[in-house]
Design a protein around this ligand. Structure first.
Ligand SMILES: *Cc1c(COP(=O)(O)O)cnc(C)c1O
Length: 370
């Protein structure tokens, strides 16, 4: 099966195979392996040894978003959230339920947030301490630019928490060039092409240390994750980790570096996107975003307005042809979402394009109706 989902993604056979072992998290060999993974992850984020640290948590990406919000924003504190899609809406909900005060900044879900919009919102409200931004808005495929927005946040003397879950590893990010960043967040199972099970925050150590104890949650306190590492070693976990997923993640990171790291991965995903987008347009499907705003992570297409079309029917018809895509959408109007990330190539995208044309034909959707 060809997985074209924006996380979990298709993995390499050797990554999956690495899961099939029993591992004790306190075993000396694993401690060394885990500490090395933390160093590599920090390096990929542009972190500096002794200045920045990788602070992992078991679980999904949302857990890391909640942990960063709780750790860096005091109870009742205000966080501005430029909102152009579902994942931004989720930061707002997470902050509200954690007893912080989210300030939404509505942006159309067809373009990135602009620096001047963030600057105006921050100037209008000096009580806002943080901006919470999604790098690649997986709801539609838009990219918000952390370098542009970060510069605005820095100039305003505020801090940023960056949800880079569907971007990290493919789109560039350099935390040492962005000192306003409290946390960049991502998981094992998107552009780094590992299995699900663990999320990462890369943070300035001094900021995390200062904030330890503020989260109102032991489990979600990134400051405590840091203090534990400093006390018990960088290969030590507070609670049982998904050891197999971590072991497999080490293999996936090896493949990442061997491929050529971030530039190579971005180039492959861009080419995946080009082949898929052009092919979908040839089949008559209309992209949700203009080319200028189309990121390389996920392609969103308008659902055809044809009597034979249902999203689940289309997903099933594709699955019968060996291609798996999401059976839900998160845009305001009905769409189809197809991921271009994971261990998939432009050749795989050609296969997908052929399957899309066949699936539409099976549902009786003519090119015109599509
Ligand atoms: C995938 C994703 C997340 C996290 O999703 P989980 O299901 O919690 O792992 C968060 N933000 C963005 C932008 C994502 O694409």
């Amino acid at each position: 099966m060809l997985f074209l989902t924006p996380g979990p993604v298709q993995t390499r056979p050797e990554t999956r195979a690495a899961m099939a072992v029993d591992i004790a998290p306190w075993d000396r060999d694993f401690i060394v392996e885990y500490a090395a993974i933390r160093d590599r992850v920090r390096d990929i984020a542009g972190g500096v040894a002794g200045v920045h640290a990788t602070l992992p948590l078991q679980g999904a990406g949302h857990f890391l978003v909640e942990a960063a919000v709780r750790t860096f924003i005091p109870p009742g504190g205000r966080i501005l959230v430029p909102s152009n899609g579902t994942y931004a809406e989720r930061i707002i909900r997470i902050a509200r339920e954690a007893g912080r005060d989210p300030v939404p900044l509505p942006v159309p879900d067809t373009r990135g947030v602009r620096g001047e919009e963030v600057a105006a919102a921050l100037a209008a409200d000096p009580t806002i301490s943080h901006v919470g931004m999604v790098y690649s808005e997986t709801g539609s495929g838009i990219i918000n630019d952390p370098a542009e927005i970060g510069a605005v946040v820095r100039a305003a003397g505020r801090r940023i928490i960056l949800d880079a879950v569907s971007a990290f590893g493919a789109l560039p990010f350099d935390i040492k060039a962005q000192p306003e960043c409290d946390a960049v967040l991502f998981t094992s199972n998107k552009c780094l092409e590992g299995l699900p099970g663990i999320g990462f925050a890369v943070c300035p150590m001094e900021r995390a240390r200062e904030r330890a104890g503020q989260a109102g949650s032991w489990c979600f306190d990134l400051g405590d994750v840091l203090l534990h590492a400093e006390r018990s070693g960088w290969g030590s976990f507070r609670f049982t980790p998904p050891v197999q997923a971590l072991h497999a993640f080490g293999v996936a990171m090896g493949a990442y570096l061997a491929e050529g790291g971030q530039p190579a991965r971005l180039a492959r995903y861009r080419e995946n996107m080009r082949v898929l987008r052009e092919g979908a347009e040839r089949a008559g499907l209309r992209p949700y975003l203009d080319t200028a705003h189309q990121g390389p992570i996920i392609l969103t297409l308008h659902q055809p307005d044809a009597p034979g079309f249902t999203l689940q029917g289309f997903v099933d018809a594709l699955k019968r042809r060996g291609v798996l895509i999401s059976n839900f959408y998160t845009t305001k109007t009905p769409t189809i979402r197809i991921g271009t990330i994971g261990a998939v190539t432009p050749d795989d995208m050609q296969v997908a394009v052929a399957a899309i044309a066949e699936a539409l034909a099976e549902l009786g959707v003519t090119r015109k109706a599509a």
